[in-house]
Design a binder for this molecule. Structure first.
Ligand code: UDX
Length: 466
């Protein structure tokens, strides 16, 4: 494999921590910097602040020797050949990304730089951020020759971030100098050469030594635009299928048959065509808004994205109406709620449609038994336990005596629930499924009244017409 580099990763959130662990996994020495002392202490004590597949094993493997955690940004920058900025870019009130953390890190880097370094923006940022980072570095005393700024957007999904990093569809690097491109190629060489995939401990995935990922070199602005356009397109795909699902509901058609038919067209592809209660998470809502804002700054109204947001917002309300029409009145009813995370496989509840739906239910006077395999601790800060809100430790306890069960996140373990036991525990056999986890005919055969998204609702014991 290639010569290892010393890499500093600033910010140990989802993107920073996964990237840091993966850089160590492919042979580099990594210094992970965060200004949150408690988080750094936790990581140094062997703890992991997020729920992410393969991360515990990988950090366990590399903690001694390949990766260290520190609050000392200055010391990390001095040692590093490449500095990845992976700090948060939250949405501001105006809809644009708040880049003040990126600005602060760039300023700190300028004060510590003492030789040529490649500064890499990894956070999702609007086009021109690269240019701003360069200006901030120069304004704060870094000489032009001492650095290059590169854009290397990530396409990691939470929950499968490690696999997405090590088995990417593509690696995008936006560079303006050959010197920086050489460093970036060196960093990713274990993946692009395929050498990583032959290692005995390699994390399994779609890539192999025979089919390594391509590295796409482009301008920095094109790389920034690629990231925003990718997320906006995926969000659009989800809103599109949700709009189609609503037509399917009205026409008595199964949206999954339609999505399968549409997705078989190679020009469209089958992924991100799962209808449900809308997209959430830390990326899509923020990035769609930020991309719209970018368009506005560039003198264009990207109204298509406003429509994508509108459909997404409406989807939660439509689902809420389905709950109401299945239960008639809501005040005083107790509901079993499965899933609080914005999707299955993560403990992240940021912009989670599940949380919003529970909040609507509470406002209507419902009581809820909440269960999520990973997100309950985080949810407690927003949905405080009390007379209306109970947190329980498994699915069947949540279902006990409830007037209906709601499925709001697509955890794999929900799909394999023991349906007979679920029916026995519920007061009424009603399942309202926001993620289309079950087959409608199976559910009705098992004695449930089953309501889902974009698929004809079946009362207990009814067969679907063919
Ligand atoms: C997303 C992008 O996929 C990733 O490339 C980027 O780097 C960060 O943003 P993530 O937010 O982790 O990743 O979640 P993702 O799996 O993309 O799902 C986003 C939301 O869309 C979730 O709420 C999910 O439930 C929903 N979704 C996804 C659907 O409703 N239907 C689908 O078909 C796919």
């Amino acid at each position: 494999m290639t010569q290892p580099l010393v890499i500093a990763v600033v910010g140990s959130g989802y993107v920073g921590l996964v990237s840091a662990a993966c850089f160590a996994e492919i042979g580099h020495r990594v210094i992970c910097v965060d200004n949150d002392e408690e988080k750094v202490r936790l990581l140094n004590d062997g703890g992991i602040p997020i729920h992410e597949e393969y991360l515990p094993e990988m950090l366990g493997r590399h903690r001694v020797g390949n990766i260290e955690f520190t609050t000392d940004l200055h010391g990390a920058i001095k040692q590093a050949q490449a500095v990845f900025i992976a700090v948060g870019t939250p949405q501001s009130d105006a809809g644009d990304a708040d880049l003040s953390y990126v600005d602060a890190v760039a300023t700190a880097i300028a004060r510590s730089i003492d030789g040529y370094k490649v500064i890499v923006e990894k956070s999702t940022v609007p086009v021109y951020t690269n240019e701003w980072i360069r200006r901030i570095l120069e304004r704060n005393g870094a000489s032009k020759e001492a650095f290059d700024v590169v854009s290397n957007p990530e396409f990691l999904r939470e929950g499968t971030g490690v696999t997405d990093f090590l088995h990417p569809n593509r690696i995008v690097i936006g560079v303006e100098s050959e010197r920086a491109a050489k460093v970036m190629r060196q960093i990713y060489e274990p993946l692009t050469s395929g050498a990583y995939y032959d290692l005995p401990h390699a994390v399994p995935g779609s890539r192999s030594a025979a089919s390594p990922p391509p590295l796409m070199k482009m301008s920095t602005k094109a790389a920034e635009m690629t990231k925003h356009a990718t997320n906006a397109f995926l969000a659009m795909k989800i809103s599109f299928i949700n709009a189609v699902a609503n037509l399917c509901d009205a026409a008595g058609v199964n949206v999954e048959e339609v999505a399968a038919g549409v997705g078989m067209d190679e020009r469209i592809g089958p992924k991100f065509l799962r209808a449900g209660i809308g997209y959430g998470g830390s990326c899509f809502p923020k990035d769609v808004a930020a991309f719209r804002w970018v368009a506005e700054q560039l003198g264009h109204q990207f109204d298509l994205l406003a429509e994508v947001e509108k459909i997404n917002c409406e989807q939660k309300k439509l689902f809420f109406r389905k709950i109401r029409s299945a239960l008639w009145t809501l005040r005083g009813k107790r509901l079993a709620v499965f899933g609080l995370a914005f999707k299955g496989g993560t403990d992240d509840i940021r912009e989670s449609p599940a949380i919003e739906i529970v909040q609507m239910l509470l406002k209507e006077g419902c009581c809820v038994n909440l269960f999520d395999p990973a997100a309950m601790e985080r949810a407690k800060a927003i949905l405080e336990p009390g007379s209306q809100v109970a947190y329980v430790s498994d699915i069947y306890e949540a279902a006990k005596g409830a007037h209906a069960a709601l499925f709001l996140s697509d955890w794999q373990e929900f799909a394999s629930v023991d349906l007979d036991r679920l029916r026995q525990e519920l007061r009424h056999p009603i399942v309202i499924d926001g993620r289309n986890l079950f087959d409608p005919e199976l559910m009705s055969g098992k004695g449930f009244t089953y309501v889902s998204v974009g698929r004809p609702s079946l009362a207990a014991g009814v067969k679907a017409p063919h």
